[in-house]
Write a protein that binds this ligand. Structure first.
Ligand code: KDG
Length: 323
């Protein structure tokens, strides 16, 4: 089984100390980017992964290629172009403790010049994954997303609305247009994005609306509280865990990549959701988005070790209502 994901891999400069960026003296460098994180989760779960992207002809571009290759990700579809590789800073724990803010330096970057012509590998893979981040990067990147939707056998889409990249109105109109383009095999979202897209935060009500738009499997992330999974005739909630939060950046990608990979491999909704939530619980405990995304066996150890720390969700009782 092979998954291809299109997006912009980025260099992450993560604050070693918490607080406003202007007071941070040291930054720790990581390789990240939502779709790359997703593919790391795929690899850790034994799925072949191919990255579709553009990086700059600079040292950071080389670093990304070497990093992805080292993790067993196929980078033959990554183009090196005469531009710079995008980067971003992570401001941790300020102004909201336990949360992070991302500050991008990526406008006009190599990654944002992604185009439909980069996607030829998609036809030889089982599933194409991308996110609202890629759709927001540029007109050509948005066209690439649409092209991927057209040619892929199966599609997974994480709404990942980043309001530093586009407005809520623009995000809504473009993402709803993508949802109208074809039935999605997997849609991953959360209450904030769902509110922007359909004006709904309740998981069941959101599922029922997205299902009408052709979504087959729906994953609804509720942060530290866990995640919901819905598929035809099935609905599950997996509580999150109380862990020490260092940086939540990337947790959603670990969750999505783990879930989709395991579900594609035929594991049940319960199993895939449990492993996905465990992966995201691990990721928030460190700086860096993808280094500690667990293998299937390690996620099982996380689940066994954290059993006592499930959180409750305010919407858990909603699952008793029919969808
Ligand atoms: O989900 C984590 C991503 O937000 C992070 O890796 C950076 O890809 C990124 C983005 O565009 O925000």
């Amino acid at each position: 089984m092979k998954i291809a994901a299109a997006g912009e891999p980025l260099i992450q400069l993560n604050s070693v100390t918490r607080g406003p960026l202007r007071y941070v003296k040291y930054f720790e460098k990581h390789v990240a980017g939502s779709e790359l994180n997703f593919l790391v989760a795929a690899r850790r779960n034994g799925v072949d992964a191919s990255l579709i992207a553009r990086v700059g002809n600079d040292d950071f571009g080389t670093e990304i290629l070497e990093y992805a290759r080292g993790l067993g990700i196929d980078v033959s579809a990554v183009k090196v172009v005469p531009s710079y590789t995008g980067l971003y800073f992570v401001q941790r724990g300020y102004p909201v403790p336990g949360r992070s803010e991302l500050v991008y330096y990526r406008s006009g970057s190599a990654g944002s010049s992604l185009s439909p012509s980069d996607l030829s590998v998609v036809s030889s893979t089982d599933l194409f994954h991308t996110t609202g981040i890629t759709a927001a990067l540029s007109e050509s990147a948005l066209a690439a997303v649409k092209h991927g939707f057209q040619i892929a056998k199966k599609v997974s889409f994480d709404t990942n609305i980043r309001l530093r990249l586009w407005s809520a109105e623009k995000a809504k109109s473009e993402i709803m247009a993508l949802l109208a383009q074809r039935d999605l095999d997997y849609l991953i979202t959360d209450p904030d994005d769902s509110q922007i897209l359909i004006g709904e935060r309740d998981p069941l009500a959101a599922y029922s609306q997205f299902r009408k738009l052709g979504v087959k499997v729906f994953v609804y992330k509720v942060g530290a509280r866990g995640a919901y999974g819905f598929a035809e005739g099935e609905q599950r909630f997996q509580g999150g865990y109380t862990v020490e939060v260092e940086d939540p950046t990337g947790a959603g990608d670990a969750l999505a990549g783990t879930f989709v990979s395991l579900h594609m491999m035929g594991r049940g909704l319960d199993y895939a959701l449990a492993h996905a939530v465990a992966a995201s619980a691990l990721v928030v405990t460190v700086r860096g988005d993808n280094e500690i995304i667990p293998t299937e066996a390690d996620a099982q150890k996380t689940i066994d070790g954290l059993k006592e720390r499930w959180q409750r969700s305010p919407w858990e009782s909603a699952l008793r209502r029919p969808p």
